[in-house]
Design a protein around this ligand. Structure first.
Ligand SMILES: Nc1nc2c(ncn2[C@@H]2O[C@H](COP(=O)(O)OP(=O)(O)OP(=O)(O)O)[C@@H](O)[C@H]2O)c(=O)[nH]1
Ligand SMILES: [Mg+2]
Length: 204
């Protein structure tokens, strides 16, 4: 009875997505009588195709359909440990980059996503884009997590190689590199933990 099984599977998926969305809403809008959790606002940037939308979809356990390039922004809010993290991805295409600075206000951290299987020149281009972002006073001193995606590919650069590329623009900023495959949920969860650690270190 494949038809019945498919219908049941669809209903189960719909319930799961619905429940998650309700839970996220409660986390973000719960009445004042509940304990108010601290919220961290994170900006997620990177060149087009780096894997930002894929990472965010994994974080909230959404199915990985073939993602379209993000033309505006894409926001995900999720409770982690004792805090709520709200991550805003901005599309990375050259057309969208000039509008990034409209979203720099009140951010606790920057996540910069790079395709770690890129060649040297592409990595330098990505670094130059981040360097320009860092010139904005609103992001001064904000911690930065570099996420190198595509680590499932043999040619992907390792953490140390990406550290060498990005070190020259970091100055006294708290930062670190985390490499993962955005297609692997467990690895992506590790990136989120690295981000929280970085924000907590920056607060202390
Ligand atoms: N093999 C592999 N493919 C990945 C990985 N991360 C992303 N992709 C693929 O790369 C393509 C682009 O990913 P997106 O998540 O849309 O990239 P993006 O950074 O959101 O791009 P824009 O929205 O255009 O800025 C998709 O086909 C993903 O499936 C990864 O870690 N490994
Ligand atoms: Mg995207």
């Amino acid at each position: 009875m494949p038809g019945v099984r498919d219908t049941l599977q669809c209903s189960f998926t719909a319930c799961r997505v619905g429940f998650r969305k309700c839970w996220q809403w409660v986390q973000c809008h719960k009445p004042i009588v509940f304990v108010i959790q601290e919220q961290y606002n994170v900006l997620c940037l990177g060149l087009s195709g780096a894997g930002k939308s894929t990472l965010l979809a994994q974080l909230v356990d959404e199915p990985l359909t073939e993602t379209e390039p993000t033309t505006g922004f894409n926001m995900k809010t999720l409770p982690v440990k004792n805090v709520v993290i709200s991550i805003k991805e901005l599309g990375g295409s050259r057309k969208v980059q000039p509008f990034w600075d409209h979203y720099f206000e009140n951010k606790n951290a920057i996540v910069f996503v790079v395709d770690a299987s890129s060649n040297e020149q592409e990595l330098i281009s990505a670094r130059d884009v981040l360097k320009t972002v860092f010139t904005d006073a609103r992001l001064k001193g904000k911690p930065c997590l570099i996420i190198g995606t595509h680590s499932d590919l043999d040619c992907a650069k390792k953490v140390e190689e990406l550290e060498t590329v990005f070190q020259p623009i970091m100055q006294s900023r708290k930062w670190r590199v985390y490499c993962c495959s955005a297609l692997e949920r467990i690895q992506v969860t590790g990136a989120l933990e690295a981000l929280i650690d970085l924000m907590l270190i920056n607060n202390n």
